[in-house]
Design a protein around this ligand. Sequence first.
Ligand SMILES: [Zn+2]
Length: 286
Amino acid sequence: MIVDIHTHVFDAGLHFGPKLHADLARCAVDPAVWGNVEERHLETTEAADVAIVFGLQASQTDWNIPNEMVSSHVLRAPERLLFFASIDPAQANYMQELEKCHQELGAVGVKLAPLYQDVHPQDPRYYDIYRYCVKHGLPILFHAGTSFISGTRLDYSRPVHFDSVAVDFPDLKMVLAHLGHPWEGETIAVIRRHANVYADISALYYRPWQFYNSMRLLVEYGAQHKVLFGSDFPFTTTGDSLERIRNLNYIIAQSGLPAVPSEAIEGIIHRNTLELLGLPNPTLLK
Ligand SMILES: [Zn+2]
């Protein structure tokens, strides 16, 4: 089974505020290139058997993708989509929002984004969320590593901060997105220490030299079993990600540099992500 642990849905026209549009413009990104994200999401995720879907609530950086919208999108294909709730501790009612998403909207996990929310991973408000997630068996996927957005503290996205969280919450299942780029080595150091901390390889193949080196480092540390497949749709698609990850050794050509073994690559692509994170298998609904 192939699980895409990292897919987004949103409507940039409705859910992105002016500050976020300004950040995108600064980086010469036109949201129109993503097309109709919701419709394309249903198509792209067919390349995986199951996809995890989330929006983003981050008032500090102007993201306002309602959890209700994501939850109703998931109901369009409940036999292959799972909903993670995005919770923003900068909003006063964040614990009520978490309870509502979990108890009424069908959330089976949580998406947090310290860099986007401008909240340190060890902030007491996040600790409220961690306690709730441990109690109810909800995994948390964190944005880890850098981003194009401005005005918040990059330090909050350093993978090493999640090491302290894992010490305080050894039973909390965590996924550090994007191998914490460009601090992939730091992420590998964290995931190999903690039984319940994983990483995903979404959105990395665009930087093929760094990606190859990160994958080699992962194999040299023997930590590839802690890594999950993800795409980061709509910034790429599930199908393109599978193809480009499988082809990552092209960068070394005939140089004599060591290849990333195909068993390591296929192991990540076919990882038993649902079992590892304690998630329900929606394909059983078929
Ligand atoms: Zn993402």
